[in-house]
Design a protein around this ligand. Structure first.
Ligand SMILES: *Cc1c(COP(=O)(O)O)cnc(C)c1O
Length: 367
């Protein structure tokens, strides 16, 4: 029987819509948004100035190849600009890669508490998301390799991962790559790479430079503080660059974003300040929240995952409501199969101190 109305392709209606972090707390005057891993320092003033200047010519189409930005990124990282593609956030690439490399019935692997856009992009492309188990909230290379079948076409790995904040060492990523068949694309999402202070970590540049089946994704939304502009980039083998360039929107990155990103990538001082603020307060939050008797997953990114097992009296949802009343907005992680946890982004000193004080009050009440 013919359908009586248009019907999306299989998989589309299996997608649980992505729910972004909350940004307001009803009835609270001063709100601290600690739910989306945005930087408390904001963008580089040079990026803001470049953005404003670009606003004088909104009638012009942007440079569809984002040459200035690709060259600036190339200089900053010592990369060939021809192997870089810019996009509307790194989310853009997750969809483009899924669209380019998955056909109906293919499989894409991600890890149990992995970034939610991975299964969304996979389902949207008509393929099947396959979940690999984690160990201690960390990707497990053996579990990922064990999940590979003849149908596997992509492995998605956020390193560090959101919302757990954990990362694999470069040795482990190399072991993962060695174990994959050459036709499987390994997508390394390094959204938080700039924050990592571990010398066994590498975001993926070396692997992409030497392999035909690895890509690295980076974003301007986190340390660069340009989330509103939607800007990201991919470093990839030439044949992947070619495929993605064929299907991306010809003007997928807007002009003000290109201008702001080009300035931001060159402002090393601002990046350094942001990194130092994060290192200091990430350690402080981990220590102080730990001292309250709460379990915090050790994080190398700009957020921490705090666990609230129900046995302690209150559910994560109740803790969330309590903090919300004080204008402290955290992220619930139920959709990430972490119903008993909340994710807290590193904020300003004021926000960080308020969160710890609030948790202390909460625990005193429930004791
Ligand atoms: C925040 C985040 C991104 C960045 O997404 P954009 O589309 O660039 O804003 C990518 N991957 C992960 C894992 C993230 O947490």
């Amino acid at each position: 029987m013919p359908a009586t109305r248009p019907k999306p392709r299989p998989g589309v209606l299996d997608i649980a819509p992505y729910v972004p972090g909350k940004s307001n707390a009803p009835g609270v005057a001063k709100v601290f948004k600690l739910s989306s891993n945005e930087t408390p320092l904001g963008p580089s003033p040079k990026a803001v100035a470049a953005y404003r200047a670009a606003g004088a010519h909104l009638e012009d189409y942007p440079d569809g190849s984002a040459s200035d930005l690709r060259e600036a990124i190339g200089r900053a990282f010592g990369l060939d600009p021809d192997r870089i593609v810019c996009g509307a956030g790194s989310d853009d690439f997750l969809h483009l890669l899924a669209q380019a490399y998955l056909v109906d019935g293919d499989e894409a692997i991600y890890t149990k508490h992995g970034f939610l856009i991975f299964p969304i992009a996979t389902l949207a492309a008509g393929a099947k998301p396959v979940v690999a188990a984690e160990t201690d909230y960390t990707a497990n290379v053996d579990a990922i390799l064990g999940a590979v079948t003849a149908k596997t076409k992509i492995v998605f790995l956020a390193n560090p991962n959101n919302p757990t904040g954990t990362a694999l060492s470069f040795d482990e990523v190399k072991r993962l790559h060695r174990g994959l068949p050459p036709h499987v694309l390994l997508v390394l999402d390094g959204a938080y790479a700039e924050y990592v202070r571990r010398n066994d970590y590498e975001a993926g540049i070396e692997l992409v430079a030497t392999a035909e089946n690895v890509v690295m994704l980076r974003t301007f939304s986190k340390i660069h503080g340009l989330a509103a502009l939607r800007l990201g980039w991919m470093f990839a083998p030439a044949h992947v660059v070619d495929a993605v360039n064929r299907i991306r929107g010809p003007f997928n990155v807007n002009g003000p974003a290109i201008a702001a990103g080009t300035a931001a990538i060159q402002d090393l001082e601002h990046q350094q300040r942001s990194r130092e603020h994060n290192t200091r307060w990430l350690n402080w939050l981990t220590d102080e929240i730990g001292k309250l008797g709460l379990q915090v997953t050790p994080s190398v990114a700009n957020f921490v995952l705090i666990h609230f097992p129900q046995t302690k009296g209150r559910t994560a949802e109740e803790v969330n409501a309590f903090l919300m009343k004080r204008g402290l907005i955290l992220r619930q992680t139920t959709a990430y199969k972490l119903p008993h946890a909340l994710r807290l982004s590193v904020g300003t000193e004021e926000a960080n101190r308020l969160v710890v004080a609030a948790l202390q009050d909460l625990l005193a009440k429930t004791a």
